[in-house]
Design a protein around this ligand. Structure first.
Ligand SMILES: [Zn+2]
Ligand SMILES: [Zn+2]
Length: 427
């Protein structure tokens, strides 16, 4: 163990608060999930916790976004981010603290709500982190920013906070750190240098044809047939235009057109979801998709070209290599008994990195596991994916401990790695 990591272990062990209140906060937030843009209750719980712990808070940034700042002498400024929103899923976990919440979404529709992505654990762990680091303030110096972000699942919350002038309300950080619960063994952290998570682009494509009576196809330009050609030809983008050494996915996630059994409709709408790991591959895939949509429309003789509108865009998540190397050494030393794993690249996406890339500072994002150890062992033997419900599934049920403790320790260690501690002066 290096002097520095031994020193950090002593800070964590001395100042980590009792975990019971944070486990209770986790159950409470799990039972009261809120959809993106509606995280009022969750952000109020987090804000009141931050104020009690001695942070200066700013509320309602880009919706229910919240920051707490602790200025603690000279040194770097470090921002820690947790997201707060839940998903429109009906929970089927049979946990004693399962959600039965239904709510009216911002689109006016009534929806069930569930924390199926672990953002409840991010909030509860970050509350623990804020207490630990405030308790330990004599052992570090610098400026600490705790940020609770709304609306991650729509890919819009980080952007909304930035558009609401986040960095004129709080100091500009030197580094931005974030973590996400993942379907791996509890007690484990997973980290990777460089590209970690995919960029994702979602397009709404509106295809304009010409409707007619179902019995008179010769009067129509049938947008259903045109949509079918587009969707089939899009399957060639990854298969024929992207080399096998690159990774991309092109998914047609929905298609809607027509209402009556005897009418050819005027329009068809399709939703495309595109994921890539390299900016150059992304450009190539997007250009090919747009070319095929236009080409097939011309082949059908349309009068008006299709509209292709970008509706959601997530950036690549890229971990700064030098900073990640430093943090990986700290994790590896602290989470002994092989509890620091190399994270696989994810095709999932996050808007986290905008908080750093918008001001051109480095960032690191990592995972911590939430799967019961016995189930994990069974899974390792059988590789049966049914044993481990993934996030965004209605039976997603991470174990509370040592998941929360690992999340608190990992985020606190990461903050201390980049703040100034007395170990930096040689102890
Ligand atoms: Zn999610
Ligand atoms: Zn998530």
């Amino acid at each position: 163990m290096t002097f520095q990591s031994g020193h950090m272990r002593s800070i964590i062990e001395e100042f980590r608060p009792g975990l019971k209140p944070f486990e209770a906060a986790y159950r409470d937030i799990h039972q009261h999930p809120e959809l993106g843009r509606q995280e009022k209750r969750t952000s109020e719980i987090a804000a009141s916790h931050l104020r009690t712990a001695g942070y200066v808070t700013t509320t309602n940034i880009g919706g229910y976004g919240l920051t707490g700042v602790l200025v603690n002498g000279p040194g770097p400024t470090v921002l820690l981010r947790a997201d707060m929103d839940a998903l429109p899923i009906r929970e089927r976990t049979s946990l004693p603290y399962a959600s039965t919440v239904e709510t009216i979404d911002t689109d006016g529709e009534k929806k069930p709500v569930m924390h199926a992505c672990g953002h409840d654990s991010h909030v509860a762990a970050m509350m623990g982190v804020s207490t630990l680091l405030a308790n330990a303030r004599e052992r570090w110096s610098g400026t600490l920013i705790i940020l609770f972000q709304p609306d991650e699942e729509h890919g819009a919350g980080a952007r909304a906070m930035l558009d609401d002038k986040l960095y004129s309300k709080i100091p500009k950080p030197d580094i931005v750190l974030g973590q996400h619960l993942a379907p791996f063994k509890t007690g484990v952290v997973l980290i990777r240098s460089g590209v970690f998570m995919a960029s994702a682009d979602t397009f709404k494509v509106t295809i304009f044809g010409r409707g007619s009576h179902g019995a008179r196809p010769q009067d129509s330009i049938d947008p259903v047939v045109l949509a079918a050609s587009i969707i089939l030809r899009l399957q060639t983008v990854v298969a024929r235009e992207i080399g096998p050494e690159d990774v991309a996915s092109v998914t047609c996630a929905s298609i809607h057109g027509g209402k009556a059994h005897n009418v050819i409709p005027d329009e068809v709408e399709i939703i495309l979801n595109i994921r890539t790991f390299e900016p150059s591959v992304r450009e190539k895939v997007l250009a090919a998709v747009k070319r095929i949509i236009r080409g097939e429309a011309i082949a059908s003789g349309v009068v008006k070209e299709p509209d292709v509108d970008l509706i959601v865009s997530y950036p690549l998540t890229v971990n700064d290599p030098p900073a990640t190397q430093k943090l990986t050494e700290v994790f590896t030393s602290y989470f002994d008994n092989n509890r620091t794993w190399e994270a696989p690249r994810h095709t999932a996406s996050e808007d986290f990195s905008l908080l750093a890339s918008s001001i051109k500072v480095p960032s690191i994002f990592w995972n911590f596991g939430g799967v019961d150890p016995e189930k994990w062992e069974q899974y390792e033997r059988t590789r049966d994916p049914k044993l481990i419900p993934n996030s965004h599934q209605d039976n997603y049920a991470p174990v509370i401990e040592p998941t929360l403790k690992t999340g608190i320790d990992a985020m606190s260690l990461a903050a201390l790695t980049f703040l100034k501690t007395d170990a930096d002066d040689g102890g």
